[in-house]
Write a protein that binds this ligand. Structure first.
Ligand code: FE2
Length: 411
């Protein structure tokens, strides 16, 4: 266990004030000269912690410190004494990550269906020279609790929304109406941001409010929307939502539920002038379609009692969106993904993008499964149990837009 002294923090930065100011004029001037504005802010976490990719035996803890630091995570079985802590670091090529602010630390060798407590410890690094490291403040966050996935788990309550376009208050309203405290899994189906051109945007758009409500204990999954492919930081997207395989698309089993997350890319053709020749989504969607073909043949997929697919683009195109030759990227996604999904016993596809809530019954637009288009002012709550998916779509005023019960055992 740690022998050093750590200041317990409440994970909200406080202002440091004049902590370093001395009483004499000389020391006051020296301190005022040497302290940067950043140093005057009390060292702590500026964002997170939030969980990503929690599996049966692994989990990733993501957080950002307010200044450059050396950080790690301590983990123990839920309720166990601190002496049982195991430390996890981010380490690459023999070096522990240090003198950084953004952290993504993978916890491994966990047991399935087990609750764990974790906390973050961090030592501010005021100077990092080849032969001299000067540490500053040391902090410890409160303990948080999470559980690894139970492979024998049956059903779940799932929250899904999309198209918040940076409106964290709207997301918070929808979490409230969907009774998020009783949900076991959270999915953001794309366009949670308008674009990525500032490092803070993912946090202010939806991560910070998720942390405030649930994300230190339950992970959220982000399915990328076309807007998140835009902006000069779009190539940093996956850094915020790290996956062991480095992919943005993927699938996993939440007990007996198979969740498939597709990355549908941009809505227009790669050759469209607005992309300046910098997109490669046609090839990317082809790669995903091949992966999807293999996925639906796996035992993991076939033995799932429920199969839910999440994609930013709907796999049907509403009639008022059908403009000849305009949405070639969206059309390409439908052309490549829908035939595979139609053969794969999908129970429900949840999507976004159009900003207008819509629900397509199976068999209405070439889709062999129901397609829910999640509007920009609503969220879906799926209560999955006893061979049924209860679908409830609620808007920002708390009005129920849709209620349906899908009998998945009769698929
Ligand atoms: Fe979109």
């Amino acid at each position: 266990m740690c022998k050093e002294k750590y200041r317990n923090i409440a994970e909200q930065n406080e202002r440091r004030g004049n902590r370093y100011m001395k009483k004499t004029l000389f020391t006051f001037l020296a301190a005022a000269f040497s302290l940067s504005l950043a140093a005057q802010e009390k060292f702590g976490l500026s964002h997170g912690p939030y969980l990503q990719e929690v599996t049966t035996d692994k989990a990733t803890v993501v957080f950002q410190t307010s200044g450059k630091a050396f950080s790690w995570v301590e983990v123990k079985p839920h309720g166990a004494p601190e002496e049982e802590c195991v430390r996890y670091y981010a380490s690459d090529h023999g070096l522990k990550m240090a003198y950084n602010t953004f952290n993504s630390i993978r916890l491994k060798k966990l047991e399935p269906a087990k609750a764990y407590d974790y906390r973050i410890l961090s030592k501010e690094m005021r100077s990092f020279q080849p032969y001299k490291v000067v540490f500053g403040d040391s902090i410890a966050t409160p303990w948080h609790t999470f559980s690894t996935i139970d492979p024998e788990g049956k059903g779940a309550s799932i929250f899904i929304t999309s198209d918040m376009h940076g409106d964290a208050a709207k997301l918070d309203t929808l979490l409230h109406w969907a009774d998020y405290k009783t949900c076991h899994a959270f999915f953001y189906a794309g366009d949670m941001m308008n674009y990525m051109d500032r490092p803070e945007l993912p946090f202010t758009s939806f991560i910070d409010i998720s942390v405030k409500r649930f994300a230190s204990s339950i992970p959220f999954e982000v399915v990328r929307g076309n807007h998140e492919t835009r902006g000069n930081l779009a190539r940093e997207f996956s850094r915020y939502f790290p996956k062991e395989d480095g992919k943005i698309y993927g699938a996993y089993r939440l007990g007996d539920i198979m969740v498939v997350m597709l990355d549908s890319g941009e809505d227009k053709a790669d050759s469209h002038p607005v992309y300046a020749g910098l997109t490669d989504f046609d090839a990317y969607r082809t790669e995903q379609a091949a992966w999807l073909e293999e996925l639906v043949q796996t035992k993991e997929y076939k033995t799932a009692r429920y199969r839910i697919v999440i994609s930013h683009f709907p796999m049907v195109m509403p009639s008022d969106n059908q403009k000849e030759g305009v949405w070639k990227g969206w059309e390409d996604a439908i052309r490549k993904f829908l035939p595979v999904l139609n053969r794969a016993g999908v129970d429900l596809l949840v999507s976004g993008h159009t900003h207008r809530y819509a629900y397509y019954e199976a068999g209405t637009e070439g889709n062999n499964f129901p397609v829910l288009i999640q509007g920009a002012y609503s969220a879906a709550r799926l209560d999955v149990k006893d061979g049924k998916i209860q679908v409830k779509v609620i808007d920002t005023a708390g009005q129920v837009l849709k209620e349906a019960v899908l009998d998945t055992d009769k698929r």
